[in-house]
Design a protein around this ligand. Sequence first.
Ligand code: FE
Length: 249
Amino acid sequence: MIFRQLYEPLSSTYTYLIGCEETGHAILIDPVIASMERDLAEMKRLGLTLAYTVDTHIHADHITAALEMKSAVGSKIAAPAYDHLPCTDVGIEEGKPFQVGSITLQPLHTPGHTDGHFAYLFNDRVFTGDALLIDGCGRTDFQNGAADALYSSVREKLFTLPDEILVYPGHDYNNRFVSSIAQEKKRNPRLGGEKTLEDFKEIMANLGLPYPKFIDYAVPGNRQCGVCPPDLPNNLENYCRQMAKSPQG
Ligand code: FE
């Protein structure tokens, strides 16, 4: 198994590359359109071809590379069936393993950050998207998010995985890379230890976070599996790959 944790700095997103050595096929979990060339170059360097892009949820802070990857290299698009996106090739559901070569993801419906959010359990690790971050979690105030749903998703689903399972988050804003179920259960300041649902709801209601600057462009774009809006303001241009300048045409 080939594994790479790739970082997109504008949105502090982690993209995960998993390659099957027997078939040479790869999947990318949460690829970002702005880092598409880098991801393609990495797969080429590793002798892998991209079979699927797999998103954890409809992102509000970046545009997925799913659709552009599909047109560039013919990869298929997998995303939670819950969201009913017409552009997906495979709708992911809990209880239905997602398999590419020797790679098998066990999808876990983990609503709360968004209602259709999924985490993916893969062997000794879990890709938690924005449901569970290292010492944190995704916000719950947009996209049908709900603090009580996220509390159950994390405490009753993710925290019931074995302690030694590695936690690979969808983002990190402080240069951390990986955690574990044991570590998050023990010291996650929002959801770990003895934190009750009431504690968590109070924390989430008082974060005082600003309105997400890219959400009004990202969500409609991601509902189309990754379309850059034509009316992007200058200060947000870097969030989209500039197609005209692309070395791949
Ligand atoms: Fe998110």
